[in-house]
Design a binder for this molecule. Structure first.
Ligand code: GDP
Ligand code: MG
Length: 278
């Protein structure tokens, strides 16, 4: 039976996709969540490697795929609803290049077209916010215009993120004359622990990335913003976190739901999509 839903997890390099996947996988394995695996997942290597590091209390090295690789997980909730979770890995910094060069692997294009839900990971902590229209005099943009190359590399992190969404919309041949119902959009603010905030996820996004916020708000009728800390705290690649090693990685990590409620079940963003609770 074809799954009712295909959920695509997208994000630039270094936002925490692999560690989220590893923690998600562990939750499924120990059944500490509302979901379970309903078949054989493909291409788990990156996640199982990360998971074995986490079991020792370490984070894993970033090992970008050199080509497009995707891991597909068939999952089910307790009501029997099925979905397919798709983790595309486009190799290192490739997503940035995708935006700059507008070149998309055909396999990814197909995924984008078919997905019912997009889950977009953004790591606010690594965003440079200083160099966009909201904070820089217009004249500096005029100066950058003088060389096309320079202008391209001057895109702010925020602008590049909007551009990436625009590109996905273009690929999926979606038109923005009306706010979109499908695909639904979930924004996961990853590495939430780094932000050290008590704000609601959507309020924080609106305050920190106003241009992205107005773009997604005006173009999606179903938009959810959730905070995600897959690891709960930073881990080193070399020095093991003893507590992690003793208690197990499944004891760490949380999500901050749209209403500010905190939960240890990091699979909830996906569960909510399957239950159509948005
Ligand atoms: N503090 C903190 N760091 C995290 C978290 N999740 C991932 N990281 C770190 O972020 C970096 C990038 O993570 P990774 O999963 O490789 O990102 P990917 O390139 O999107 O797959 C790694 O150094 C992780 O240790 C988190 O929830 N909190
Ligand atoms: Mg990765």
């Amino acid at each position: 039976m074809a799954p009712q839903q295909t959920i695509l997890l997208v994000g630039e390099s270094n936002v925490g996709k692999t560690h989220y996947g590893a923690q998600f996988l562990k939750r499924l394995m120990v059944k500490a969540c509302a979901l379970r695996m309903s078949g054989a997942p493909t291409n788990l290597e990156a996640f199982t490697t990360a998971l074995s590091c986490l079991t020792e209390g370490k984070s894993t090295d970033h090992t970008p795929a050199s080509t497009y690789v995707e891991s597909v997980w068939p999952i089910k909730d307790e009501a029997g609803r099925e979905a397919e979770l798709v983790w595309p890995d486009y190799g290192g910094e490739q997503v940035r290049h995708l935006v700059m060069q507008r070149r998309i692997p055909p396999a990814w294009r197909e995924r984008v077209v078919k997905a019912s839900d997009w889950v977009f990971l953004i790591r606010l902590h690594t965003f440079r916010s200083e160099d966009d229209l909201f904070s820089r005099p217009l004249r500096s943009f005029a100066a950058a215009e003088s060389g096309a190359e320079a202008a391209a590399s001057e895109l702010s992190d925020q602008a590049r993120t909007v551009e990436l969404l625009q590109m996905l919309l273009y690929l999926a041949q979606l038109h923005l004359d009306q706010p979109l119902r499908t695909p639904r959009l979930t924004i996961l603010l990853s590495c939430w622990d780094e932000l050290d905030t008590e704000e609601l996820p959507a309020d924080l996004l609106a305050a920190r990335l106003p241009m992205l916020w107005s773009f997604v708000r005006s173009n999606w009728s179903s938009l959810t913003v959730i905070g995600l800390s897959a690891l709960e705290r930073p881990l080193s690649k070399t020095d093991a976190d003893q507590e992690y090693a003793i208690r197990g990685p499944e004891e760490f990590g949380y999500v901050v739901l749209p209403n500010g409620e905190k939960s240890m079940d990091i699979t909830l963003p996906i569960y909510r999509l399957m239950a159509r609770e948005t």
